[in-house]
Design a protein around this ligand. Structure first.
Ligand code: SAH
Ligand code: SF4
Ligand code: F3S
Length: 455
């Protein structure tokens, strides 16, 4: 009988990708995924360390799981409890200390070794800790077979970060930048398409710093850029949409901008985190670009692809942020306009330079600024969603809607779109006319030609 595996994923898309791959590593050991932690033979928390709250969540979840683990033990069953992801990497020892009932702690770079770890944890009921940055790449050791859940898939092409923004833990939790060889990426893309993917999002902590070894005999240098990879991936039959995330603005080059002009399959939507709209703060953050450089980049991208829309990340209350700095951020948002955004109160992270900077901003002031920024950003999202009413756009219907007879999917701009449509249209890209737009989603009707094609 299959053993039940429950993985709970926090944090970014890289963690979502890792969780899928972890399930693939464990499948040959007889583990099949389940949605519930109750009664699972193995529970893995794939964690995020980016802000204090994210990290603390893990310990409260572990507290709940302990009760379930104990309840199972009373019935003679064992729940193997594991912690991976960035909290595991950053404070693995601490996890084992604070939660001694945890069986395995492993970092994001070692999960290809799970078969050995599972055996070790089972043998002497030992605790296992593996947070190395091994010389071998996990990507070479992972099973080739890929499962696709729905028509949109993630593909990690780059991992790690050398940028050391002064607030950020990622360079410490994910290690140095590493780019997968282009041939491996293209092979995985083909396998994903073969397994049903219609859309692929290339992932990396700094995806545009990608510089992977070129396939032998491909010409044009020893390494491929992200732009080259996009051009080549666009040739894959059956792949309809390409996205990439997350980009580092200071390293967006002209080739990548050109790809937005030339590659139809590349979606006209880009997540380009700016963090702040004040040069003083950007410099203190070590972001390596000015506010004007960001504005110019946005203009260039829109010149290359006039229908391109941007989303972004913002941090308010970075140490030393004055009211004037914050007003500059609002001004940047007003001028550039973002159709979607994530914004956060600055969270001091142990071991990062900003945590020791002078003039930490008061929590109440951070909350005030965040509310003001979010009101502006939400208004921009709603404006854009409303402006879509009456437009026709291709929607990849990759899931069923909440109500029977509905399907849901994503527009080119990653908006959630709900349509009345029969199941035959599931996992297909369908032309949809938008009939209403709210803060979080759009409602549309599928063009009759799509309906007929399947009738
Ligand atoms: N590599 C990506 C993602 C980093 S984490 C990038 O460079 O953008 C995602 C977002 O979390 C960041 O863009 C930033 O806005 C936010 N973030 C990172 N560290 C933070 C901190 N210490 N406090 C608050 N927000 C933070
Ligand atoms: Fe963190 Fe900056 Fe690297 Fe992004 S670029 S992961 S924000 S250090
Ligand atoms: Fe969080 Fe690690 Fe991603 S800290 S945002 S899970 S890279």
């Amino acid at each position: 009988m299959a053993k039940k595996l429950h993985i709970k994923t926090y944090g970014c898309q890289m963690n979502v990708y890792d969780s899928e791959r972890i399930a693939e590593v464990l499948r040959p050991l007889g583990y099949a995924p389940t949605d519930r932690a109750e009664g699972a033979d193995m529970v893995i928390l794939n964690t995020c360390h980016i802000r204090e709250k994210a990290a603390e969540k893990v310990y409260s979840e572990l507290g709940r799981l302990r009760l379930q683990k104990d309840a199972m033990a009373e019935h003679g069953q064992r729940m193997v409890l594991a912690v991976t992801g960035c909290v595991a990497q950053a404070e693995g020892e601490e996890v084992l200390k604070r939660a001694p009932f945890v069986d395995m702690v492993f970092g994001p770079q070692t999960y290809h070794r799970l078969p050995q770890m599972v055996a070790e944890a089972a043998r002497a009921a030992n605790q296992v800790l593996d947070t190395d940055f091994p010389a071998e790449s996990k990507f070479d050791a992972l099973p080739q077979e890929r499962n696709v859940d729905g028509a949109a898939a993630f593909l990690a092409i780059q991992e790690g970060c050398d940028k050391f923004c002064t607030y950020c833990v990622v360079p410490y939790t994910r290690g140095a930048e590493y780019s997968r060889p282009a041939a491996d990426v293209l092979a995985e893309a083909r396998r994903l398409v073969g397994a049903g993917a219609r859309e692929i999002t290339f992932l990396g902590q700094n995806v545009n710093s990608y510089h992977g070894e070129a396939p032998s005999g491909s010409g044009g240098g020893a390494e491929w850029s992200l732009a080259r990879l996009i051009f080549e991936a666009a040739e894959i039959d059956g792949l309809e949409r390409i996205r990439y995330t997350t980009s580092y603005p200071a390293e967006v080059d002209d080739d990548l901008i050109q790809a937005h002009a030339d590659v139809d399959k590349l979606m006209p939507y880009l997540h380009l985190p700016v963090q702040a709209g004040s040069n003083r703060i950007l410099q203190a953050m070590n972001r390596n670009h000015t506010v004007d450089a960001y504005r110019a980049l946005a203009d260039k991208l829109r010149a290359a692809r006039p229908d391109l829309a941007l989303s972004s990340d913002f941090i308010v209350g970075f140490p030393g942020e004055t009211d004037r700095d914050f007003r500059d951020t609002l001004k940047l948002v007003e001028d550039v306009t973002f159709i979607q955004a994530y914004s956060f109160k600055y969270s001091a992270r142990p071991g990062t330079p900003a945590a020791n900077m002078e003039f930490q901003v008061d929590e109440a002031l951070k909350a005030e600024r965040l509310a003001e920024l979010q009101a502006l950003l939400n208004a921009q999202t709603l404006n854009f969603n409303k402006a879509c009413v009456g437009r026709r756009m291709p929607v990849l219907l990759d899931r069923t809607g909440k109500k029977p007879g509905q399907l849901a999917g994503r527009s080119p701009y990653m908006q959630a779109v709900v349509v009345d449509a029969s199941e035959e249209l599931l996992n297909r890209t369908v032309d949809v006319t938008i009939i209403s737009g709210g803060p979080n989603s759009l409602l549309g009707t599928a063009d009759p030609k799509n309906q007929k094609a399947c009738a």
